[in-house]
Design a binder for this molecule. Sequence first.
Ligand code: 5GP
Length: 110
Amino acid sequence: MEDCLFCMIAEGKIPSKKLYEDEQVVAFYDINPQAKVHFLVVPKKHIVSAAALTEEDGALLGHIFAVIAKLAAEQGLNNGYRVISNVGEDAGQTVKHLHFHVLGGEKLPV
Ligand code: 5GP
């Protein structure tokens, strides 16, 4: 989608520090990390937020969580990590393209 930051990152039109890419998803480090390790996993398909997911996205979601687990292991997050997806203004969603924050590498505040 035009004018969507994460679509442009997924298409390589805007540079990012990519960790992983396949046909369905891209993962890259957050530009403003909130933990020692902070990366984002993003579907290439433009979906506004988790609130816009449908039953048909079930396989995509399963794939996203498999990628998250693989990347977390590769990043050495063996002691745990947090997965967050903000939905809408009250949650602080700033980029209107579904993304999953993966945070870890240290004890996270509860
Ligand atoms: P949200 O607030 O929507 O849940 O998360 C958006 C995230 O995208 C924020 O953590 C923010 O730091 C990150 N972000 C915003 N712009 C860019 C960018 O141009 N590149 C990268 N790598 N991350 C970005």
